[in-house]
Ligand binder design. Structure first.
Ligand code: TEU
Ligand code: CA
Length: 556
């Protein structure tokens, strides 16, 4: 397996609007990020991934871009960006940007031209179709509610928008569109950035025909997924992008790829495929609901283990995994997979242990390193996410779901759970802003904040820091072969890693109940040291009792 910096590093995902506000307008910004770079250096991460910071009307928090070579007004200027990049590099860290090229904003100059009647160079930059009997070209529903098609009077045609109607899908079949995108990527690489996280990159190739999709669970619209995801030319496009841009730089790429199995993943990340460094897969993000995002279904540990282990084994010798348990689109990991009350500390550390001892590159989402939790706002009016707000209109106002059931779905799975401001200290608004924050702060900031974490050697923060150091000290954590034990256990996740005779054994109790544990037979009676654990006075020996959410990593 080839070695590289992006396999050995740890990524910190930074959602700028909620990270740190430097000028009191309630919105996080680039100067705020610069202020906090020493904090990230102290944590030990080596790569920072910024969610979109480009010019945007902010219909979907920057995922609707109206200027790919400009900085969003609220976030600062290109000068601020240049300083940020320099300051990141000066601290020997890398900077990865978001690349959102499945769609643009409807306020992007290309779209403003494209929607005009008659022909101009931009006519075919987007996906336009004639309606059918006064209705959209097909029954596809958008991810953000409503039809995936929007009528445009001037052209007397509909344009496709898989996300909001302010996010028209680009037409990748058009070579000029692809060239514009490659030029724009080159512009950022020439500035010196170190990679891209590519938004829904497996959606870019849409088939020539646009048949109706199967009715979704909500009964309202058809599902575009099987007809759009991993389309026929996606690999051709990515290889072209690699040839024309990526191959010229030493950079990392991570493709966001909903609906990708390990078999398919190998096509995107296989070492000799010349496409991407790694992808974000979603299988483990779907274990507590299916079909309907707002309908909770209790998850089983065996299912989570089966999914994660499968990815470990399938990409063992070809390809590379990304390891994440939450991000700006997902609820907080400790609320979802751990216990955000009595055992917040223990379970956050246990989950971190898993994240940092599997094979792949770990991604930490801002606030995760201090154990931030989901939030419950009483009123829908306190929510800001377009997905949540549109779904509320469609589902609750539309009489499809009871308000209470829907709000339970939002509390568990809504995207704003992860988007509340980072808690820097226990002062008003958690030290995020001196003004009024764009979204309310999680009320638990007095107990959960950076200041408190830095003052306590037993904090979740220092546990993450130690995990990141261990990765630098022990190659087996990065490159070791994965092997699972006790697959059928509903309580314990146990696996080993092995490289050149060095072995790790990871033991994780996922429940608040105690459980008796025995070291796997083949590893008994070998000398073991404890590399890290989330409790003091860990008992040695071949059998012992695991305490609530206990995590132990043995080295042999
Ligand atoms: O997300 C794409 C995506 O498919 C999901 O993660 C989606 O946001 C979620 O499942 C909705 O339930 C990416 C970005 O990460 C997200 O923030 C954007 O809103 C979306 O693309 C559109 O650009
Ligand atoms: Ca600001």
């Amino acid at each position: 397996m080839k070695r590289s910096w992006w396999k050995e590093g740890v990524v910190y995902q930074l959602y700028p609007i909620s990270f740190k506000d430097s000028n009191g307008d309630g919105i996080g910004d680039l100067r705020g990020i610069i202020e906090k770079l020493d904090y990230l250096k102290e944590l030990g991460v080596s790569i920072i991934w910024l969610n979109p910071i480009y010019k945007s009307p902010n219909d979907d928090n920057g995922y609707d871009i109206s200027g790919y070579r400009d900085i969003m007004d609220e976030f600062g200027t290109m000068e601020d960006f240049d300083v940020l990049l320099e300051e990141v590099h000066r601290r020997e860290m890398k900077l990865v940007m978001d690349l959102v090229v499945n769609h643009t904003s409807d306020e992007h100059p290309w779209f403003i031209q494209s929607k005009k009647s008659g022909t101009n160079p931009y006519t075919d930059y987007y996906i336009w179709k004639k309606g059918k009997d006064g209705k959209p070209p097909n029954n596809w529903g958008s991810v953000f509610s409503g039809s995936a098609w929007q009528y445009e009077e001037e052209r007397d045609e509909y344009y496709l928008h898989l996300f909001s109607k302010k996010q028209p899908d680009l037409n990748w079949e058009n070579e000029r569109v692809r060239e514009e995108i490659y030029d724009m990527m080159t512009y950022w690489f020439e500035k010196g950035i170190d990679g891209f996280r590519m938004d829904v990159i497996n959606f870019i190739s849409k088939t020539g025909e646009f048949p109706d999709g199967q009715r979704r669970q909500d009964g309202l619209y058809g599902d575009f997924n099987p007809l759009v995801l991993n389309g026929p030319k996606v690999h051709e496009y990515l290889q072209e992008m690699h040839r024309k841009v990526l191959s010229k730089y030493d950079v990392m790429t991570v493709g966001e790829c909903p609906g990708v199995s390990p078999e398919l993943a190998k096509k995107y990340v296989g070492e000799d495929r010349n496409e991407l460094s790694m992808i974000f897969q979603f299988e483990h993000m779907d274990i507590d609901h299916d079909g309907c995002k707002w309908c909770f279904k209790p998850w089983k540990l065996t299912k989570l283990k089966e999914t994660l282990s499968k990815w470990q084994e399938e990409l063992e010798s070809d390809g590379w995994n990304s390891l994440y348990l939450n991000n700006h689109d997902q609820p907080r990991l400790v609320s979802r997979f751990g216990d955000d009350k009595e055992y917040r500390l223990e379970s956050a550390k246990m989950l971190a242990t898993m994240l940092h001892t599997m094979k792949g590159t770990p991604y930490i989402y801002q606030g995760e390193e201090i154990g931030m939790t989901n939030v419950r706002f009483d009123s829908i009016r306190d929510y800001k996410d377009i997905e949540t707000l549109n779904a509320y209109e469609e589902m609750v106002k539309g009489g499809i779901m009871e308000e209470e059931v829907f709000m339970d779905g939002v509390y568990r799975n809504g995207r704003d759970n992860a988007r509340t401001p980072v808690h820097w200290d226990d002062s008003e608004n958690a030290g995020f802003t001196t003004g009024i924050p764009w979204i309310k702060v999680n009320p638990n900031y007095k107990e959960v904040n950076v200041k408190q974490a830095l003052a306590n050697k037993d904090s979740i923060f220092y546990y993450y820091k130690r995990l990141i150091e261990l990765r630098k000290e022990h190659e087996v954590i990065v490159y070791g072969r994965f092997k699972e034990y006790y697959k059928e256990s509903e309580q314990v996740y146990c696996y080993g890693r092995e490289l050149d005779g060095k072995r790790l054994l990871v033991v994780l109790n996922f429940k608040k109940e105690e459980v008796d544990f025995e070291i796997p037979l083949e590893l008994r009676e070998t000398h073991k040291e404890i590399l890290i654990s989330n409790y003091r006075d860990v008992k040695m020996g071949d059998s012992f009792t695991l305490r609530p959410f206990e995590a132990i990593v043995f080295m042999m």
